[in-house]
Write a protein that binds this ligand. Structure first.
Ligand SMILES: [Cu+2]
Length: 86
């Protein structure tokens, strides 16, 4: 009985531990998508291009600060401007 409870707690802790890095890892993926789109000289107005670059930089800063939700939000906006499907 005690053994079962321990296994349940361990399984819960493990799933939380796995969810964290999985979330953190998606920021670099979004950054790579944006970099790829920027490298392909997107047809955007200069103002939009500047906005994308700013959001991309913000996303990286948030990611490095451990604020992955904010990072995802900024990178998601940049992807939306670039027309990248998520
Ligand atoms: Cu992140």
């Amino acid at each position: 009985m005690l053994k079962h409870a321990t296994a349940t707690v361990l399984a819960a802790a493990l799933s939380i531990a796995l969810a964290g890095p999985a979330l953190a890892n998606s920021c670099p993926k979004h950054m790579a998508n944006i970099d790829k789109a920027l490298a392909a000289s997107p047809k955007l107005e200069p103002a939009k291009l500047d906005e994308v670059k700013k959001l991309r930089a913000d996303g990286e800063a948030f990611h490095k600060a451990g604020k992955h939700a904010e990072s995802e939000a900024a990178l998601g906006k940049a992807e939306a401007i670039l027309g990248i499907k998520m």
